[in-house]
Design a protein around this ligand. Structure first.
Ligand SMILES: Nc1ncnc2c1ncn2[C@@H]1O[C@H](COP(=O)(O)OP(=O)(O)OP(=O)(O)O)[C@@H](O)[C@H]1O
Length: 366
């Protein structure tokens, strides 16, 4: 039987790192294999299914204990769908999700409820995540109370957490969300996410709506909390500078697929996939000395209902060759420490995605 099913209803003391995440060689906390979500598209008077949006289309990656994995990509590439799949706000069509060695929602694995106690999410819209009719200390205490913590203890915990995220509990605890600024509301959301003492926090555009100075404060807070509590983060953002600053490794998505993954510095200093190269070029602020010699990424992403054959980026790629239309490139094995992989026939032959012997590859390309 799963040990997680036997976890106590009361959260561990929130300010102590979970012993399962301290020390030892790097282990994956999350291992995602070939995850898929295709949304049906309906049309006509009868609302028949006319196609599928391939929002997440065979995504595999690992997140090691204590690391921050950044996730970047253009709008619509599937970042938020991936986040929602990981905490099972929506169910995947296929694939496996293994949390600390146990498969989520599998007969002998960890239940969704047990996984959710250990994985919390912070969204972009700080206002709508909080109950407008509840003082914010009540919102922070809500999760622990729902998990059986006595109300006075949960409120004491909420006040402690508000202090931890830089809000005076006596001043801010009794206030309602509309009485707080965006940055203060997001601090409350972080406190709320920590109240069940998660091991992993998924931050989906969590600082995107904040002013730059407030964003910096919240980012510093997130980094300090991660250090103190040995947390593991998945940090989703369209802001490449912020992702670089906070992430140990970065994963780049394009049209529902992972096109590149690697250590943050390696990926930013020497991006391998033409899409990542274009994405970084389109953000000149990444390098103040950089003079833009090539045009930034052009055109819109193709329709995710009918993505191009082979490599999905080939229609916008300056290096595309015949093989790119004929064969979908594979991402190399990113599970080894320091691995830097790109799913590109042309730019990353070192990834090991040899075409020889592959049944799906026309003989001309062997
Ligand atoms: N419930 C849904 N039904 C149909 N299509 C959906 C649904 N949710 C998302 N999509 C589509 O799936 C694709 C991926 O969307 P998603 O929101 O995950 O992208 P994203 O990278 O998070 O974009 P953004 O940064 O703009 O939020 C998009 O084409 C989107 O229109």
């Amino acid at each position: 039987m799963s040990t997680s099913l036997q976890a106590p209803a009361q959260p561990a003391r929130w300010h102590e790192p979970d012993p399962r995440d301290v020390g030892g060689p790097a282990q994956p906390l999350l291992d995602v294999r070939d995850l898929r979500k295709h949304f049906p598209l309906r049309g006509g008077a009868l609302q028949r299914v006319t196609g599928h949006v391939r929002a997440v289309d065979g995504v595999s990656f690992q997140v090691m204990k204590g690391e921050t994995l950044g996730v970047v990509g253009e709008s619509g590439c599937g970042k938020s769908t991936l986040a929602r799949l990981l905490i099972r706000l929506i169910n995947p069509d296929a694939g496996e999700q293994i949390f600390d060695g146990e498969e989520v929602a599998a007969p002998r694995g960890i239940t969704v409820a047990a996984m959710r106690r250990q994985v919390q999410m912070v969204f972009q819209d700080s206002a709508s995540s909080l109950n407008p009719r509840m003082p914010v200390q009540g919102s922070v205490a809500f999760g622990p109370i729902a998990h059986g913590v006595a109300r006075p203890d949960a409120l004491a915990l909420a006040r402690e957490l508000l202090l931890k995220v830089g809000l005076n509990p006596a001043l801010f605890g009794p206030r309602y969300p509309h009485e707080l600024s965006g940055g203060q509301k997001q601090r409350v959301n972080i406190a709320r996410a920590l109240a069940l003492r998660p091991r992993m926090v998924i931050l989906d555009e969590a600082v995107s709506a904040l002013d730059k100075s407030v964003e910096a404060q919240v980012l510093n807070l997130l980094r300090a909390l991660k250090q103190e509590l040995n947390l593991t983060y998945i940090f989703i953002s369209h802001d490449l500078s912020v992702v670089r600053w906070i992430s140990d490794r970065v994963m780049v998505m394009y049209l529902g697929e992972v096109v590149e993954i690697g250590p943050s510095e390696a990926l930013y200093n020497a991006p391998r996939h033409p899409y990542t190269q274009a994405l970084l070029r389109s953000h000149p602020s990444m390098d103040p000395d950089h003079r833009m010699e090539e045009p930034p990424i052009t055109g819109d992403p193709p329709n995710p209902v009918n993505p191009p054959s082979g490599c999905r980026f080939r229609t916008r790629c300056p290096y595309a060759e015949a093989v790119c239309a004929a064969v979908a490139p594979r991402l190399g094995d990113s599970s080894t420490p320091g691995a830097h992989c790109a799913a590109c026939h042309i730019q990353d032959p070192a990834s090991g995605h040899s075409l020889a012997g592959r049944a799906d590859v026309p003989a001309a390309f062997h």
